[in-house]
Every structure is written in structure tokens, then in C-alpha cells.
Design a protein around this ligand. Structure first.
Ligand code: ADP
Ligand code: MG
Ligand code: ZN
Length: 479
């Protein structure tokens, strides 16, 4: 029997606020010495009162809006009880039945060229726990992360393969960065995934029993764990067994998921409304204000690149899927005024050099203005495309102003038509056979002459002008 995977993701992203969720400790904890960003509130001392950080709520809602979510306007925090040594309060402050946002979705672009919408059930706010480090001498606890703000983004069980889940997770990361709701930097522990996986016989409507594997902290382990779970469950079902509903963990070294505990239900957490934090009221005005802060998102930008700039769909999507790339493109276009040519140079020539150097577009040695200038020089006929390609690496390496570089190297197209005409005439004189062929109706023969002129000028002539001059001279000649 053939089985179809059904996958839902719960994604935690650290909200990029200045301070933590309920206290004034810095939220910038990466590489900080253990237990230096702490205070009685985030260390859960008895009697301390949390004060909800407005920036956290606003950025959370910003993230939710970017995912197309609805903002109900009335929301509250709830206590979710756990006992863990890195959770000094004895509970997490999360959201249970009234999250800040619900019912959104994003579109992913699959490798076969199709697109698919993935529903988002909810995005809610919650605080993070501290961190345990197990050593030979004992377990160490660092409370720097304790009380840092998270948004948890819960997807509908709409994903059907590892590829889809991975694309969805990457798309989430881009969107959060795009709107500045989270830096979502995996290396800094700012984004983690829980995967819910079940299988069902292909064609069956009802979902099968799922496992949940928690705390994957890279795209690679996300993909590996999904592949592993799909394979594990397939083997169980094919041998006639049943999948147990449970919570599993991921062993990054052995690359296997491991059963940790039976699934806990809501009742196990003894949820109840957080008595120390009043309900969150979000007005329509606040939502409108936040909507204005959302920069143009990927899909919209891609549409605009096609409708306003006339770019092909492929260019439009490639450029707009990465905010930094789109910004670079727009800055270069500002100077060049040539959408398609700018896109070509950016996506092929510049990308090739960046890839070779292992740099991202925001680390590009070449400023977008200079790429724009280069495209404009070609467009204006001041240099040929061939010359531009020849000197591009140098321009890129030194972030040279192409105008000056071309000037200094004497690579400008021969703008002296008198000079160019003289050369064209010489070539005509030297090639009576080709001329005769051309006059006899062989259009193609002309390219032989053009090639020779280009050779003599060292490629510095504009082939279009050469073509025109040759035609003019040949029409005039009586040969
Ligand atoms: P919890 O894990 O707290 O019980 P939910 O029941 O809302 O929360 O589900 C969490 C995630 O599991 C969601 O992303 C949801 O889409 C996904 N999910 C629910 N049922 C299934 C299933 N049968 N197979 C795969 N994923 C599922
Ligand atoms: Mg869950
Ligand atoms: Zn604190």
C-alpha cells in the first residue's frame, strides 16, 4: 500500500525586541556570558510581577499580519505548567484559547514550478525557558534565554512532503526577516521547529496517528528528521503495526528520532489565565498602523515586477524572494533604467562572482549603483556587452565606477564615426568576394565584415553601428 505523509509544523521564532518579554533585561543574548542578562523577574523569583513588553506584542502582530493572519483584537496570556530545571517559574506564559492572531497562510513555490498555499492556524506569543548544558561534572543552567519573547507559528496539516515542509520553513524565515519581526537566525538559536508527522493510505481522507518531534534547530535537521519519521512510520505500517501517538526527540549525531514520552494533552499543562497580566486589547488603529510598516511582500513584489517592469515571471520571482536581492535590484535599476538587462546582469554575472566568493548579495563587493552604471553604459552604446563582461570581474573586485574604469582603460566604444567609417571602408576594400556575395543576396555575408571590423577595433566598436555603417557604405559603393 502506498502512504501519503501529512505534516504540520510548529515554528518558534524569537521576536527581535530590544528587551525581554516581561522585564527590562536585554534580549540580545547571543554569546553573552551565562547568567549576565538576568533579573529577579526572568529568574522567576517569588513575588516578582511580569510587565508585558509592548514592542513584543507589536512585533508579534507584525509577523502575524505578514502571514496574512487575522487579529481578533482581544487576547490574553495563559500559564502553561511544566516542571523543568531551566524553567524557574514552574510555568511558561503562553496563549491558550485567545491567541493574538489566527487563520493565515503563505504560498510556497515548489520545484516543479507550481505553487501551494499552506494554512496557518495561529500565531501566539510566549516566553522561552533557560538553557541546560550537560557536562561530565554535572548540569549547568544559563538563564539568559529565560523570558526572551517567542512567537509560535502553528501550521495546518497541509504539508505533504519533506520538500514542502522545508520550503515552508524557509519561507517563514524570509518573511519574518522581511518585516523585522524576528532575525530568525538559526545559528543563534532564534528559530526552532517541532514537526508533526502522520501517514495515511493514499486516497484516504482521515489523518493517521501522528508523532511529534520537538526542537529541531536547523533546516538540515528539520529535513533529516522528517525523512526519518516518514520512513520509520512507513516501515511500521507496512509491517502491519500501528504508530503510537507520542513526543519524540531528535539525535543530531545518530540522525534518528527517539521516543521521549506519551503525548501530553491540554489538561496535562493545567492551563489557566495568567493572573498577573491583563488581557491584550489591540485596536483597529493599531493594526492599521502596523500594516503600514509591512514592506511589500514577496508575492506582491513579484507581481509588480511583472506588471510594471515587464520582467518575465522567473526573473520577478527570483529577484523578489529575497528582500536584500530585491533591494539591490531596485537600487541598480534606479541608475540603469533598464529592468530586464539589470536583472540579467544581477542574476547571472554578479551572482556567479558572489557564489564563487561565497558571499551573499548584502555582502557584495560591488555597489548596486555601479552595476546600474555599467548596464547604462552598455545600453547607451558607450561600451559593448562583450567589453563589459571582460572587465566585470575587475569592476566587481574593486567596486569601480564603470564610467571611470572604461575611460581609464580606453575601452569606450569608438564614438568617432569618421574613424569607424574609415575602418569599415578598409575592410570592404580588402574583401571583394564577401562584398560580392552580400550584393548577390547573401545577407549572412555581412557578419563576416562586421566580425573583421570588430577584430580591428579590438571589440571597442558598437556592433550595431558597425552594421549600419557597413550597410550604408555598401549601398553607396558601385563595386
Ligand atoms: P498540539 O501539538 O499542542 O496538540 P495541535 O493538535 O493543534 O497542537 O497540532 C499541532 C500541529 O500538528 C499542527 O501544526 C497541526 O497541523 C499538526 N497536526 C495535527 N494533526 C496532525 C496529523 N494527524 N498529522 C500531522 N500533523 C498533524
Ligand atoms: Mg505541539
Ligand atoms: Zn530579566
Amino acid at each position: 500500500m502506498e502512504f501519503e505523509p501529512v505534516i504540520g509544523l510548529e515554528v518558534h521564532c524569537r521576536i527581535s525586541s530590544k528587551t525581554k518579554m516581561f522585564c527590562r533585561c536585554s534580549n540580545d543574548i547571543f554569546n553573552a556570558k551565562p547568567n549576565t542578562h538576568v533579573c529577579p523577574v526572568c529568574m522567576g523569583f517569588p513575588g516578582m510581577l511580569p510587565l508585558l513588553n509592548e514592542e513584543v506584542v507589536k512585533k508579534g502582530i507584525l509577523g502575524a499580519l505578514a502571514l496574512g493572519c487575522e487579529i481578533p483584537g482581544f487576547s490574553k496570556m495563559d500559564r502553561k505548567s511544566y516542571f523543568y530545571p531551566d524553567l524557574p517559574k514552574g510555568f511558561q506564559i503562553s496563549q491558550y484559547d485567545l491567541p493574538v492572531s489566527v487563520k493565515g497562510g503563505i504560498t510556497i513555490a515548489l520545484s516543479d514550478g507550481s505553487t501551494k498555499r499552506i494554512g496557518i492556524t495561529r500565531l501566539h506569543l510566549e516566553d522561552d525557558a533557560g538553557k541546560l548544558t550537560h557536562t561530565a561534572g554535572g548540569t549547568l543552567v544559563d538563564f539568559n534565554r529565560s523570558g526572551t519573547p517567542l512567537m509560535e507559528i502553528v501550521s495546518e496539516p497541509d504539508l505533504r512532503s519533506t520538500e514542502e515542509a522545508s520550503l515552508y520553513a524557509r519561507q517563514l524565515q524570509k518573511i519574518m526577516r522581511y518585516v523585522g519581526a524576528s532575525d530568525a537566525d538559526m545559528e543563534k538559536g532564534m528559530m526552532r521547529f517541532d514537526i508533526n508527522v502522520s501517514l495515511r493510505p493514499r486516497g484516504q481522507k482521515e489523518f493517521g496517528v501522528r508523532s511529534e518531534t520537538k526542537n529541531l534547530n536547523s533546516f538540515r535537521s528539520l529535513e533529516k528528521a522528517l525523512d526519518y519519521e516518514i520512513k520509520r512510520q512507513t516501515e511500521i505500517l507496512e509491517s502491519g503495526g500501528t504508530v503510537v501517538q507520542e513526543t519524540r526527540g531528535w539525535d543530531d549525531n545518530k540522525e534518528v528520532t527517539i521516543s521521549q514520552r506519551g503525548k501530553e494533552e491540554a489538561a496535562d499543562y493545567r492551563y489557566f489565565p495568567e493572573p498577573d497580566i491583563p488581557p491584550i486589547v489591540v485596536t483597529r488603529e493599531m493594526v492599521e498602523e502596523l500594516k503600514k510598516q509591512i514592506p511589500e511582500l514577496h508575492d506582491k513584489k513579484a507581481d509588480r515586477y511583472q506588471s510594471e517592469l515587464g520582467l518575465p515571471a522567473q526573473d520577478a520571482h527570483q529577484l523578489s524572494h529575497d528582500a536584500a536581492l530585491a533591494a539591490y535590484f531596485e537600487a541598480a535599476l534606479e541608475v540603469s533604467g533598464e529592468p530586464k538587462k539589470t536583472s540579467n546582469w544581477l542574476l547571472s554575472e554578479l551572482m556567479a562572482l558572489l557564489n564563487a566568493d561565497g558571499l551573499s548579495i548584502s555582502e557584495s563587493k560591488l555597489a548596486p549603483e555601479n552595476l546600474g552604471k555599467l548596464v547604462k553604459l552598455i545600453e547607451d552604446g558607450a561600451i559593448t556587452g562583450k567589453i563589459a563582461k571582460d572587465i566585470f570581474k575587475e569592476i566587481y573586485e574593486g567596486n569601480l565606477d564603470p564610467e571611470k574604469a572604461v575611460e581609464e582603460k580606453g575601452l569606450k566604444v569608438m564614438s568617432d564615426t569618421g574613424e569607424l567609417e574609415k575602418i569599415c571602408q578598409q575592410i570592404i576594400d580588402r574583401n571583394p568576394q564577401i562584398v560580392a556575395d552580400f550584393k548577390g543576396g547573401k545577407e549572412k555575408a555581412l557578419s563576416g565584415l562586421v566580425g573583421q571590423v570588430m577584430g580591428v577595433t579590438g571589440g571597442s566598436a558598437n556592433p550595431k553601428s558597425v552594421n549600419e555603417i557597413l550597410r550604408k557604405l555598401l549601398a553607396e559603393s558601385t563595386l
